[in-house]
Design a binder for this molecule. Structure first.
Ligand code: DAT
Ligand code: MG
Length: 168
């Protein structure tokens, strides 16, 4: 199996419950490398793109509320890219099943997840499910300069008269 990369998101419940350290400790068991990390405020547009394959599901409105922080009053997530041998499968195994009730009790979702009254699975982390999804998701959440490895082909653009924020 070749080296591959995977996207992990510590979701708003993970931040609200101060579980970031616990999640990263569990992930360090994999011996994979962290090659990108940042804290992100998720807007509806990013939520829709990230969960584009689930738009027709009955739980979709709750799911976008969840990832944009409207359920926890915590509009922050932590996004990370892990890289190494069999990264996608290793991280999915540590994460556990999508439904926290069915997840192995020692998995991240089994230990820290729960099912909300609405029926939504509040399951602490997202982890890419295959290499095509991992590439799509990493490109959605990170710019080339935010990742320490050159994972995917990129191009350079010169942006003229662009406005950006700088420290005063
Ligand atoms: P995963 O996150 O394990 O890849 P997914 O991509 O199918 O699972 O779904 C994305 C998220 O949506 C999942 O983490 C929790 C929620 N979800 C999925 N299936 C659900 C269901 N049947 N009922 C409630 N929430 C669900
Ligand atoms: Mg998925």
């Amino acid at each position: 199996m070749a080296k591959e990369s995977t996207l992990i998101i510590v979701k708003p419940d993970g931040l609200k419950k101060s579980l970031t350290g616990n999640v990263l400790s569990r992930l360090s068991e994999t011996k994979l490398k962290i090659i990108a990390a940042k804290v992100v405020k998720v807007d509806k547009e990013l939520a829709d793109k990230h969960y584009q394959h689930l738009k027709s599901e009955t739980f979709y409105p709750e799911l976008t509320k969840y990832i944009t922080g409207q359920i926890h009053g915590e509009n922050r997530v932590m996004a990370l890219v892990y890289w190494g041998e069999d990264a996608i499968k290793k991280v999915r195994a540590l994460a556990g099943a999508t439904n926290p009730e069915e997840a192995e009790p020692v998995s991240i979702r089994g230990a820290y997840g729960r099912i909300l009254t609405s029926g939504l699975f509040e399951n602490v982390i997202h982890a890419s499910s295959n290499s095509a999804e991992a590439e799509r998701e990493i490109k959605l959440w990170f710019k080339p300069d935010e990742i320490v490895y050159e994972l995917f082909p990129f191009k350079e653009e010169t942006v003229k008269d662009a406005t950006r924020r700088v420290w005063i």
